[in-house]
Design a binder for this molecule. Structure first.
Ligand code: ADP
Ligand code: MG
Length: 730
């Protein structure tokens, strides 16, 4: 692109007007879930017996028979056709980053030469999309390319445009999971089972424990015309070069600042469409970096929350385009300003209340609270490396470990009150504990747990897994990730910790120990065991890195090596015991993550090489020639002594440009060689390591020289929109 084109594009971007959204007459509560076949719609469109059966299927996991499925499909079709729907699709979450769908019309032959609209129970329940184009990590052999998608009745069916979307799991012919939803559902079942069993020590009438997830989605918006002028953004979702804008986030004036009108209209449009799809949007605000924003709904049951997050990411991208923006979900679209994450607020609740809430009114309440906190920490402690592996990616690696996001070491912040509580418990001896139990006192003989753990609202932003009053906030999840990857690990790890806890408590009870004493004794043991995961200090500091290593936490910083955790013995054992993922499935996931890692950096390196050789070097050379020409002209015009003085500065610049250009050219060649070498490596692991160790660092070192050139070369010649032009929507 010539500079004039760059100016044109920048000018266009600045002139764009907000796309006004017509005011709605109805309130959000009136159009909420308009396009969702939820219980209300089921009640209206299904015969009462079928409705009752569906409730049993959804609430208690009862089997769905074909007759019921047929009846449900009939009701769904009627509802959908009233909305003008003509197609249906199974909607699933393969191990790529997005969702997948394949639309089928409602049409069938009527065998009289015409067509009828048809949608059967069989179509609702199962489809056979060809799985050969989805990553399977070697699970699917080429001769058996079939994959099955099967309806997940726990996530309601919804309508987008003219298409009925049916959320499904996606599995191979041999039954292995090829997606995120299948293992997530198993993890949720495991945590339900384990947590319910432990709950019953305290409240025998609890029959179900639900895992909750409230995600906070961060994103960037960039003007569409500027985006189109940046091949790196287009191909990789991030800028691979670009000097810092003089002003970025140092004034702290963007966070919670007034939302620009163009953006406000986008947000409004997005929220309306999200609410219509049953996503309970609540919060919106500017984030720390310029052009960075956040949307958060009210938390929901984890399976549904994951679906809704996948949906919102799709909506964001689509609706942004209508407003002349591109939505960037990449974890680090711009160097030098904050990247984007997706905080995962997680908790467990029973049919009677939130389990991590600690308004300890009775001994039982207190002990229940402490048990669930400590066993959560046990799960996170035992599998801290795996938890990190679940959120690492080539893109999220830019964010972790930089001083703006959680560090690449998983630890948990608890706050002073909870900290004191656990310390006191840990220090008390058996006799003391026995006394407490013997007294059956209203509270434990430990600092009173306040109704609200207030100090936790003043949170430690550096902690990747912080307790925030009634939930834990897992902050290391990447902005474009499927939350399910992290939620599968977290819920399974907590399930394992709770089952293990129960086994030990039961053994003590069987040996004749009082139930409360047995629980306290076991909790006390675990407080000691999981102590290394607890860290309230500054997670960005170098001392912490050293200390964490001494504590035995996973401090690995290379993404491909972090992924080894998927194959660690403790991982295999946990997933097998909890019946969530088999060894074959773990191998597949590990391999897919490695391949994805490699491909991402490969694409970056390719487009980066292009940009260097076709955009940057030619422009630098052109500017250098202009300078050289000027030097000659000055020489011809002035006496030698004066010309020497006048030319001094330009000569310096000419040299500087030569140095930068030479570095770039030489190293782009090295980059190509490094890729060539890496590409020949067979093993997915070794290849990813090669990309990490030899290719990725070159991108950084070359970039430094490009960014220097950007400061030298005539602004008019510079081909790519600059940070200062992209980062401020007016
Ligand atoms: P902040 O940015 O201060 O962390 P937000 O209000 O942006 O908080 O988001 C908090 C998220 O946590 C919301 O999605 C909210 O619904 C969710 N949340 C609140 N309580 C719970 C809970 N008990 N379990 C899970 N998520 C919760
Ligand atoms: Mg938060």
């Amino acid at each position: 692109m010539s500079s004039t084109l760059r100016f044109q594009v920048v000018g266009e971007a600045f002139k764009k007007k907000p796309v006004e959204i017509p005011n709605r007459e109805e309130r959000p509560s009136e159009y909420f879930a308009k396009y969702v076949f939820n219980r209300q719609k089921m009640f209206k469109y299904l015969p009462s017996k079928v409705y009752a059966k569906m409730c049993d299927v959804i609430d208690n996991g009862a089997k769905l028979d074909l007759a019921t499925a047929d009846a449900v499909a009939e009701g769904m079709k009627k509802w959908a056709m009233e909305l003008g729907v003509t197609h249906c699709t199974h909607w699933f979450q393969p191990l790529t980053e997005g969702t997948a769908e394949k639309h089928d019309g409602f049409v069938e032959h009527d065998w009289k030469g015409g067509m009828v609209e048809e949608f059967t129970g069989k179509q609702l329940v199962q489809q056979e999309p060809d799985a050969s184009s989805f990553p399977s990590g070697g699970i699917r052999s080429t001769f058996e390319a079939r994959g099955y998608s099967a309806w997940d009745p726990a996530s309601p069916v919804f309508v987008i445009g003219d298409t009925l979307h049916i959320p499904t799991v996606f599995i191979s012919y041999t039954g292995e999971a090829l997606d995120y939803k299948a293992p997530l559902k198993k993890a949720l079942k495991a945590v339900d089972r384990a947590a319910t069993a432990v709950c019953q020590y305290f409240y025998p009438d609890v029959t179900k424990v639900v895992s909750n997830l409230g995600w906070e989605q961060e994103y960037f918006l960039v003007d569409e015309s500027l985006y189109a002028a940046r091949p790196d953004l287009l191909m990789t979702g991030r800028t691979l070069m670009g000097h810092d804008s003089a002003k970025n986030q140092q004034m702290d004036d963007h966070y919670f600042g007034a939302i620009p009108k163009r953006v406000a209209m986008f947000m409004k449009d997005l929220e309306i469409q999200a609410l219509e799809l049953g996503i309970p949007c609540k919060t919106r605000h500017n984030e720390v970096a310029p052009n960075q924003f956040e949307l958060a709904p009210i938390f929901e049951e984890t399976n549904l929350a994951v679906d809704h997050n996948m949906l919102i990411m799709g909506l964001m991208k689509n609706i942004a385009r209508k407003h002349g923006f591109r939505c960037l979900l990449h974890e680090k679209p711009f160097a030098g300003v904050n990247g984007s994450g997706k905080h995962n607020n997680w908790s467990l609740s029973t049919n009677t209340g939130v389990l991590l809430h600690g308004p300890g009114k009775t001994l039982l309440d207190n002990l229940r609270f402490i048990t669930f906190i400590v066993e959560t920490l046990m799960g996170v402690y035992r599998h801290n490396g795996l938890l990190k592996a679940s959120i690492i990616s080539a893109t999220n690696a830019h964010r972790l470990g930089a001083n703006e996001a959680p560090p690449a070491i998983i630890s948990s912040f608890l706050g002073t009150q909870l900290n004191d509580l656990l310390e006191k418990l840990e220090e008390s001896d058996d006799d003391e504990l026995f006394n407490i139990v013997g007294k059956q006192a209203l509270s434990l003989d430990i600092p009173q747990i306040p109704e609200l753990l207030l100090d936790n609202t003043d949170r430690n932003r550096t902690s990747p897994f912080a307790f925030t009053g009634n939930r834990f906030e897992f902050r290391a999840v990447g902005s474009q990730a499927n939350c399910a990857a992290a939620m599968i690990v977290l819920n399974t790890a907590v399930a394992e910790a709770l089952s293990d806890f129960k086994v030990r408590v039961d053994a003590l009870i069987e040996g004749g120990m009082d139930k409360m004493k047995a629980i306290l004794k076991t909790v006390r043991e675990d407080i000691k065991t999981c102590k290394p995961i607890h860290f309230d200090g500054n997670g960005y500091s170098d001392e912490w890195k050293r200390e964490a290593a001494a504590r035995g936490l996973d401090v690995e910083s290379s993404a491909p090596i972090m992924l080894d955790q998927y194959l660690a013995p403790a991982t295999k054992e946990m997933f097998a015991k909890m019946n969530v993922l088999t060894e074959a499935e773990l191998h597949a996931r590990n391999e897919i993550k490695l391949e994805t890692y490699t491909k991402k950096i490969q694409i970056e390196a390719r487009i980066f090489g292009d940009l260097c050789l076709n955009h940057i070097i030619p422009v630098a050379t052109r500017y250098q020639s202009q300078l050289i020409e000027n030097v000659f002209k000055v020489k011809a015009t002035f006496p030698e002594e004066i010309a020497g003085k006048l030319n001094a500065n330009n000569l310096k610049l000419i040299e500087q440009i030569s140095e930068n250009s030479a570095f770039i050219t030489e190293n782009v060649e090295k980059l190509t060689d490094a890729r060539r070498v890496a590409n020949k490596i067979e093993s997915a692991r070794e290849k990813a390591i090669a990309y990490h160790d030899t290719v990725a660092p070159l991108l950084e070192s070359i970039r430094y020289h490009i960014d220097k050139l950007e400061l030298i070369v005539d602004d008019e010649l510079w081909p790519l929109p600059k940070y200062r032009e992209m980062l401020f929507i007016r």
